[in-house]
Design a protein around this ligand. Sequence first.
Ligand code: N01
Length: 541
Amino acid sequence: MNNKGMNNSVNEKLDVLLIGAGFSGLYQLYHLRKRGYKVHLLDAGSDVGGIWHWNCYPGARVDTHCQIYQYSIPELWQEYSWKELFPDWAQMREYFYFVDRKLDLSRDISFNTRVQSAEFDEGKREWTVRSLGHQPISAKFVIANLGFGASPSTPKVEGLDKFKGEWYHTALWPQAGVDMAGKRVAVIGTGASGVQVAQQAALNAKHVTVYQRTPNLALPMHQKRLSDEDNRRMKPDLPAAFDARGKCFAGFDFDFVPKNATEVSEAERNAVFEELWSAGGFRYWLANFQDYLFDDKANDYVYAFWRDKVRARIKDPKVAEKLAPMKKPHPWGTKRPSLEQWYYEIYNQGNVKLVDVNETPILRITEKGIVTKDGEIEVDLIAFATGFDSVTGGLTSIDFRNSEGHNFKEVWADGVRTHLGVATAGFPNLLFGYGPQSPCGFCNGPSSAEYQGDLLVELLSHLRDKGISRIEAVPAAQEEWRKLIADFWESSLFPRAKSWYQGSNIAGKHVESLNFPLGLPTYIAKFKESAANGYSGFKLN
Ligand code: N01
């Protein structure tokens, strides 16, 4: 544990208390401080980085190219150099330490401080926030920037408590690291995390067993090492790339082709597919034809091209059918594809085995390994890459009490309600960054952190300028926001995939779009429209 932030007691009355030291929280800390707010930040981790503090499992790596996966603050990007196009967790950590030093952030952060509960005092118009082992802290406003992955989910498997080997959830991986060399490793889950751990384990583990429930329809990353010269050449283009992030659907610097896959010739379609494929990264996902996430036939074209490319890399036809089935398992792109480097080739190695848990479910875990109806596979290490109670899990795991004594678990039991994805009726003066019904998981993280961060800072400045000390979402505005999201969601192919995008990965969770799925530019426009109308949809007094 480092001792950063250990002496940061909060003695003054705060204007704003931030929770979460990831991209969003740090950005807000920097800008609110610049505007003269008394602000402090609490984080459960021992250092800055948010998800990049926790995600240190072997192979953890960013799936967004580094040019746009960083802050647009000039004193940062002008100086910082990236070693790889898609940086690994260690470099992301180094980047966050650099940001912390440059912007002198830690002096206003308390680390190792997991917020447990908070209640609002209507008389004083302030929140009191409690964390285990710390004095309560009061502030006029709280902004929770908890990320979509604050609440890791580990399935309850019979016998896990008896397992004599090591087991970890990928998002709670030991900070000291775990050496997989020479070990028999099991990876459960094949989302972004599972693909990366499996790929890494296959390099030097004695044996790797991957337990797959749904194939990850993954894309080639096309990783590149970056020299100093590459970094120098990249920099002049960065301001334009940062600017593009606010104009492109998912906060990237590229967008969908404004044509329908169903309306172009086969030759044109395939030429576009080939070009996107060779460009690598998320282009095949987020710069493909505009209709393919809405039209099943267009989606079939996208899937068939993907499938044929992937199957060509796998030697055993039975394994190929599991990883890239002839018939698409769900519309392509409606679950987040991973970016892989040598993922499909690992299944050509003698030391890697794929287990389809739909055919042979995990029955139990013993002292030595994992049992299915085909018998027991003995393992030394189990990596649970089983995802998160995503997007809402951070907020529902803190006992924020509204004036009627209810918390988010209770008020969102039959679905999320927010206005603009930043506030919920009944919870005055509590705002969310990167939260439910905002672009969140549908957007490049740093883009959302900055664009939404600016909108939130403007909102607080408006309140200060007008002498307003209380803000609360209006229920009717929430219903309108919810309908906008639901109508769009239903018009797309997304509801057809069981995904964390709509909470269907967690038993009993209300199934709905948890993010704002209409794209970052529409989100910004809607927020600005509300601001231009005196923050319509909020009750201010
Ligand atoms: O989690 P996931 P993740 N038995 O929910 C399976 C970001 N991220 O940590 O698909 C067997 O996607 C589950 O199966 P299914 C990124 O946005 C980014 O991988 O539900 N399997 C699925 O395969 C990403 O999308 C980066 O049928 C079980 C897997 O576990 C998001 O975080 C790196 C199971 C969970 O996949 C989440 O990714 C890491 C069970 N009982 C994360 N329960 C990068 O940028 C669940 N599964 C690289």
